[in-house]
Design a protein around this ligand. Structure first.
Ligand SMILES: [Zn+2]
Ligand SMILES: [Zn+2]
Length: 180
């Protein structure tokens, strides 16, 4: 394992959140879609389930997405900004069967604040470890999704199996065509 478990989960969750606004689609069109995202990624804590909460999460998504294209200095600046503006206060907690991990916001804080701070804490680990290059854009030309490469040999190139297959099949066809 490259990072602590909660950091790795938070990184994948941040990438998933960014990707809900990529690919020319809005995957968080309404509160019901946000409910599904929250359930899928096992977010706990209070929910408002209103338009303001949804807007807050969508606005955060664009800011988090920017870090995938940033150098360490800009990324550090964004992380500090997110932690400052959401008044992060790191605390060790145990809940819902999870062993000790860090929450830096209270369960009553707005969902977007909790998402922002959790992502920022995870990015802080990545930056401290000098591993920002693990935040990758999908290598498929026609895909703008992001992912986090936590593989041992830094070999993950695609956001999903779907993209990997599509590109591999296209490359295979091209080889066949040029061979014949
Ligand atoms: Zn937790
Ligand atoms: Zn992709």
């Amino acid at each position: 394992m490259l990072f602590a478990h909660d950091t790795e989960v938070a990184l994948h969750a941040a990438a998933a959140l960014v990707n809900t606004g990529r690919g020319g689609r809005e995957d968080l069109p309404d509160v019901a879609a946000l409910d599904r995202f929250v359930t899928d990624w096992k977010w706990t804590g209070d929910r408002a389930r209103d338009a303001a909460e949804l807007d807050g999460v969508r606005a955060l998504r664009a800011r988090l997405g920017a870090i995938w294209a940033m150098d360490a200095d800009s990324a550090a600046e964004l992380v500090n900004e997110l932690l400052r503006e959401r008044s992060a206060l790191p605390q060790l907690v145990k809940h819902d069967g999870w062993d000790y991990h860090i929450h830096a916001t209270s369960p009553e804080a707005p969902l977007a604040d909790r998402m922002a701070v959790e992502a920022a804490m995870a990015f802080a680990d990545v930056i401290r470890a000098g591993e920002l290059a693990r935040l990758r854009a999908c290598a498929a030309d026609d895909c703008d999704a992001v992912h986090v490469d936590l593989s041992k040999n830094r070999s993950r190139r695609f956001c999903s199996v779907t993209c990997a297959n599509r590109v591999n099949v296209a490359a295979y066809r091209q080889r066949r065509a040029s061979a014949s």
